[in-house]
Design a protein around this ligand. Structure first.
Ligand code: PEP
Ligand code: MG
Length: 325
């Protein structure tokens, strides 16, 4: 019973906002993969979903879910978030996420191949079905859509074109949707760092995917144990990239959040706040702790920006200096 009381107290505290001692509020969102996880994340104090990985709805089955099935699933996540905003990521297949019935051709380098938005733009029926389901839910809930694995601006233009086609169809059929639904992309392919102003012209928000950003920036397979010891989001190059993304997004006037694993790493909270991140999206269990860390800090103490300490020579030393190792 004591345990239960303690648990409830922790959860009550988790539902309160993350405000620093000097009064700055940070938005803490959840990464989820379906309606059940949304319930857990709400209980853990999530103020919305920053990343809904829809590929799980497509996995472990023989054919793609219908528009109706997708509509029900997306709606259920929104329902379970009780009005908080939900960011739905369109299908991110390929690479480490194989789905047999989609029959992606065998590739020598799947992580550099037909992944994420690239697959969807070559399989527009599947993509448009998903967009239709998303648009339908946007009529009733605060829903946003996000494209994964964007590497060139043309992908954004094509995806948005298809989105407009879907909306025009719904309009013709008299099916309600919101024409104010926000659209964004993941910043996880390093090239995107260099055309943030162009992205800002086409989109409403960006979300930093540190898992793939680390993999592609360092050319280190995120799932390969033989190179795992070098794979770290604390690598100075990755941290510098994150800093650049935050600076450039602010300059371009586009909203930016982070949904890669780094966002929920307690060793990174202060660092990310110092770099200027204001919206964090993470796995539910990390939410109460992150909020607690934020409540205990002063923003001004962290606002020194990130500078690679030149006396640090190895990744090992860097990790130690941050307290990761
Ligand atoms: C990422 O790449 O950081 C990310 C959040 O997406 P995923 O882990 O699903 O590839
Ligand atoms: Mg990714």
């Amino acid at each position: 019973e004591l345990e239960e009381a303690k648990r409830l107290k922790t959860l009550t505290k988790a539902k309160e906002p993350a405000v620093t001692k000097d009064g700055k509020t940070y938005q803490i969102l959840a990464n989820v993969s379906g309606p059940k996880e949304a319930i857990i994340s709400y209980d853990n104090g999530a103020e919305g979903v920053g990343l809904y990985r829809t590929e799980f709805l497509f996995m472990n089955r023989d054919e793609a879910p219908s528009e109706e099935e997708q509509y029900q699933a997306y709606k259920a996540v929104c329902e379970n978030m009780k009005g908080y905003p939900v960011t739905i990521r369109t299908l991110d297949v390929g690479g480490d996420k194989p789905i047999p019935y989609l029959d992606i051709p065998a590739e020598n380098n799947p992580f550099l191949g037909l992944r994420g938005i690239r697959y969807c733009l070559q399989n527009t029926e599947l993509f448009k079905t998903q967009l239709r389901a998303i648009c339908r839910v946007s009529a009733e809930y605060d829903l946003r859509v996000m494209y994964p694995m964007v590497g060139v601006i043309e992908e954004v233009l094509s995806a948005n074109e298809l989105l407009r086609e879907v909306q025009a169809d719904l309009n013709k059929e008299g099916i309600p949707f919101s024409n104010k639904m926000k659209v964004g992309v993941m910043i996880e392919v390093p090239s995107t760092i260099f055309f943030i102003p162009q992205l800002a012209l086409e989109l409403d928000f960006l979300s930093i995917g540190t898992n793939d950003l680390t993999q592609y920036l360092l050319a280190l397979d995120r799932d390969n144990n033989s190179v795992a010891k070098y794979h770290s989001p604390f690598h100075p190059a990755v941290l510098t990239a994150i800093q650049e993304i935050l600076i450039r997004s602010k300059e371009a006037g586009i909203e930016v959040s982070m949904c890669g694993e780094l966002a929920g790493n307690p060793k990174a909270t202060g660092l990310l706040i110092g770099l200027g991140l204001e919206k964090f999206s993470m796995n539910s269990p990390a939410i109460p702790k992150t909020k607690e860390i934020i409540r205990g800090m002063n923003v001004v103490d962290n606002q020194t920006g990130f500078q690679v300490d030149s006396s640090i020579r190895t990744l090992e030393e860097l990790k130690k200096s941050i307290g990761e190792g």
